[in-house]
Design a protein around this ligand. Sequence first.
Ligand code: GLU
Length: 480
Amino acid sequence: MTVRVRLAPSPTGSLHIGTARTGVFNWLFARHEGGKFILRIEDTDEERSKPEFTDNILSGLKWLGMDWDEGPFFQSQRLDLYRQAIQTLLDAGLAYRAYDTPAELEAMRETQKAKNQAPRYDNRHRDLTPDQQAAFETEGRPAVIRFKIDDSRTITWNDMVRGPVTWQASDLGGDMVVARASSSTSIGQPLYNLAVVVDDIDMAITHVIRGEDHIANTAKQILLYEALGAAVPAFAHTPLILNQTGQKLSKRDGVTSIADFQKMGFVAPALVNYMTLLGWSAPDATEQFTLDEAAKQFSFDRVNKAGAKFDWDKLNWLNSQYLHAMEPAALLELALPYLQEAGYAIDADADQSWLLSMMAMLGPSLTRLTDVVEQSRFFFTETVDFTDDAKAQVQLEGVPAVLEGILAGLTAQPPATIDDLKALVNDVTKAQGVKKGLVMKSMRAALMGALQGPDLMESWLILRQRGFDVARLKEALSLA
Ligand code: GLU
């Protein structure tokens, strides 16, 4: 048997971290088993589905590195297939048209509520006579098509994550609607559970891997597989992603869409690595791996039942590991859009080598790509604002003379390397008869306008390549 799995997002919003994580588990399982990963866009909800969400989902999956083998298939283009299946159910007497009005259904629910019963359809139109049906049609009532649920059934499956799961059919809410807005001669809009089952049969899906919020749907869907005479696939319900207080991670927690994480400066390999750890752990306990490496070790035996808490510290840590290990050229490619977005004056081609040395210096201290924006800010302007500490430093007795000495050295024999700069510092230290620490601290204050920052000599050289060191020394001297 060739393993065939699918990710079936609904384009009613941007690619959500929960959907993406379900995608990761599908992808890992498919790759581990040498199977196929299929992408299906479930866009039957005409009002809420939007093409821009589909674009966002496709580009998010690509960005994360989850390539699919077949699709994307669009449910909106497959409605005839669903209608055929519904017709098959109708012909077999397994489904029927129900003509209840919204007011009648509401009254039914009110009665159930008053009796403290769970809301359910009481199957009242299951056995309408042809005359009753004709009367409703004459009245102009639209029909829905309901699939018969045998309340005496017990539905069980052996979930790949949760083990044996059992549902009583009587808890499924009565005969279920599989199509809306129908008439005695037509089948209206097919609904979710039916479309999913028809597609999963048609696409020969062997394992349905999805979030645990779909468990009740699985019970209903198993009845549909049986009614359509198809083999029931295996099911794996993956744990929810929880916030720090143990609730389901939601919009209220701020970022939830993959595009948000990207904007925050997370890199795809780190994010996808982190998502893999949301509910799964590697047998060899490693935490840092590529998707391909994880696929080699992946199995559902090591997927937790319990919800997975979202841990920002771990995500930040993983992201920093990827950034620290990155070659300057790769880092530059990723960081450039953030620098441009920040409005820094950059000519990406002309400034290439200058930017590369900046990346080489900053890379090892980054947590997120957005840190590049903060940490490189002062390389892009001729002058900087001075902190009070830095101002006090350049005003210390003896410091102006040190800065004058450096400035003179810079113009007399322009240094071009870090060794040249070090030699200049040594010369001035000796000539002024001061401690080297004082020279270094004062140069930091003069060049960065602050007493903290990245490596002094490397930063100096980067500033020098723009001619900004001279400007800043002059500015510092004007404060003295
Ligand atoms: N379209 C469903 C969703 O986005 C997924 C259905 C499924 O995986 O069966 O939640």
